[in-house]
Design a protein. Structure first.
Ligand SMILES: [Zn+2]
Length: 150
């Protein structure tokens, strides 16, 4: 049992390291930058350390991996081993995400979540579409926008 947990924890650590500067996030960053939008990255001053922070627009963007953040979509699949470990870990992440959004809203930040499935996989949207949606979110006044695969 100990060994199973250790192994699961190790896999978890590796996946988490790989999760930094993931390709979907880079696509968004480069695209928005090309549109002239300026942001800071992974601000630790804010709840949840949002991936991109647009101070001028009082807005943040998260690019969420569908696995880690338990998106109910075709890209989410519970691992077949150490299910208990994963279920607990991922449920914890999802719970933290809702709290984070609430905290950000309380502080006057608007929040956009771009799900991985909007950028990768069989149901991904055109990058141009995603960038357009992000751009209009930033200029608009919506408090919350989630964008997922089609
Ligand atoms: Zn998804």
């Amino acid at each position: 049992m100990t060994d199973v947990l250790t192994r699961a924890q190790r896999t978890f650590n590796m996946k988490r390291i790989k999760g930094k500067d993931t390709r979907p996030e880079m696509l968004i960053r480069r695209g928005l930058h090309a549109l002239g939008l300026r942001y800071s990255l992974h601000s630790r001053r804010l709840p949840g350390s949002p991936d991109l922070v647009f101070t001028r627009h009082s807005a943040v963007i998260f690019v969420h991996g569908c696995f880690w953040h338990r998106h109910r979509c075709h890209m989410f699949k519970m691992p077949s081993t150490s299910r208990g470990f994963w279920a607990k870990k991922i449920a914890g992440n999802a719970e933290r995400d809702s709290k984070t959004i609430k905290l950000l809203h309380d502080q006057g930040w608007r929040v956009m979540v771009i799900w991985e499935c909007a950028l990768r996989g069989t149901r991904r949207l055109k990058l141009r579409t995603v960038l357009k949606r992000a751009h209009s979110f930033l200029r608009g006044g919506r408090k919350l926008l989630e964008l997922k695969g089609g």
